[in-house]
Every structure is written in structure tokens, then in C-alpha cells.
Design a protein around this ligand. Structure first.
Ligand SMILES: [Zn+2]
Length: 233
């Protein structure tokens, strides 16, 4: 950025300060999206490559998979839930990319991505994607790929059935609600690959499991693994 533009940005920031997406405080110069305090306090899970971590435990016995991880703990009334809410309901795809980049660094440093050939973001139903304007999981995938260069596959699996929100459903109802909603439309691109299925929030894992089952049953994929920005508990 040129000197003049940079000074102009500083001036604008003075009169119209950007605020932290988590706590709402005015950001200081050099801060981006989150203030330094909130950035340092992200309730990270630090579980990449730790065997039998809580995410892996959740998927165990539900479907065959290689490994699973998540970036931070999600609690409905915690301020960090704002990040997910803005990403999903307020058109803030930039937050998805930013979270993906943060997560990408962790995934890369921990070796979690070693051997993983491509990311498949959980597809949205076309109707929902049109309404939202983007697929939030794909935004996260793009952020990860900015760091790791992992290819993203968005045209092999579709969501063919529109489902209502899972939020008020229990574990059994969630699993039933998402059964058979995905379809593999291009087997070739998945063939012999280790695929990372990526979601925004994992609660019971039902959506990821359903997507994985469809991929495992209808393609010659080698392995599937799971990752999510947030683990709800
Ligand atoms: Zn803050």
C-alpha cells in the first residue's frame, strides 16, 4: 500500500474504528478482525495428532475414518460463537477465510494434513447456498488452502435434499435428518485419494458421518478424515 493510502487508512480508522468481531472493542492499528486479547484467548483445542482426542472419540464407531480434529471449542453463549454466527448469517465470508488461514497454520505445523490429498467442504443445498451467497465451509477450506495449497474439491459431492436446521434436534433426530442427503456425482475425482471432509461446526458429527458414508459407499476413495473449525460441546 502506498504511503498516502496507508495514512488515509489510519485516518479513517481514527474516525470510523473497526471493532473486534468477538468483544466489540475498537481495533488498534495493525489488528485485524480480532483484538490482540481475543486473538490470544481463542479457546483452541490443541489436539492435532493426539490420538483419541475428543473429536476422534465422537466419530469412533460411527464410520470408518483416519483422523479428526477441530480448531476451537464452541459454546453458544461464548463471545467466540459470534464468529460462526457472522460467518453463517451475516454475509461475513471473510471471517471464514480468516479462520481457515488460522486453522491452516495449525494443521500444517502439526502434520495433520500429511498424506491428505484434497479437502471436500460439506456441500450446502443449492437453495441455501443461493440464499447465503456462499458455502461457509468452502470459505474455511479456501483459507486453509491459502496456507497449505491443499486442493479443494467442490464438484464431486452434492447435497440433494434440503434439510431444516439441526439446532433443536437431539442426537438420533440429527442423524435421521441428514441420512442420505448427499450424493456423489463425480467418482473419478475422489478415486484413490485421502479426503478431508471439512465442516464449520461439529456437534454430534451426524452431517460429517452422512457425507463420509456416501463418499465411502459410492466412490473409490482411499480414506476420509474430518476437520471442523468449531467443536460444539
Ligand atoms: Zn476483542
Amino acid at each position: 500500500m502506498s504511503f498516502v493510502l496507508e495514512r488515509l487508512r489510519e485516518l479513517l480508522q481514527l474516525f470510523f474504528p473497526e471493532t473486534c468481531e468477538v468483544c466489540g472493542k475498537a481495533l488498534r492499528y495493525g489488528e485485524h478482525l480480532l483484538c490482540t486479547d481475543c486473538l490470544l484467548d481463542i479457546p483452541q483445542i490443541y489436539l492435532h495428532n493426539k490420538e483419541r482426542n475428543p473429536v476422534e472419540k465422537m466419530f469412533a464407531g460411527q464410520v470408518q475414518f483416519e483422523r479428526a480434529t477441530a480448531f476451537f471449542n464452541y459454546q453458544k453463549h461464548n463471545n467466540y460463537a459470534h464468529l460462526i454466527h457472522k460467518l453463517k448469517y451475516q454475509g461475513r465470508d471473510d471471517i471464514g477465510i480468516w479462520l481457515g488461514e488460522m486453522f491452516g497454520v495449525k494443521l500444517q505445523d502439526s502434520g495433520f494434513l500429511d498424506g491428505i490429498d484434497a479437502i471436500v467442504p460439506i456441500p450446502l443445498h443449492p437453495k441455501r447456498q443461493r440464499k447465503r451467497g456462499y458455502n461457509q465451509s468452502q470459505m474455511i477450506a479456501e483459507g486453509i488452502a491459502n496456507i497449505t495449497k491443499t486442493p479443494i474439491i467442490t464438484d464431486a459431492v452434492i447435497r440433494k435434499i434440503y434439510t431444516n436446521t439441526q439446532t433443536r434436534k437431539n442426537k438420533e433426530e440429527r442423524a435421521e435428518n441428514v441420512q442420505g442427503i448427499f450424493e456423489v456425482i463425480d467418482n473419478k475425482v475422489l478415486e484413490n485419494k485421502h479426503i478431508l471432509i471439512l465442516d464449520d461446526v461439529i456437534t454430534t458429527g451426524a452431517t460429517c458421518v452422512s457425507c463420509a458414508e456416501t463418499i465411502l459407499q459410492n466412490s473409490n476413495v482411499k480414506y476420509v478424515s474430518f476437520a471442523s473449525i468449531a467443536l460444539a460441546n
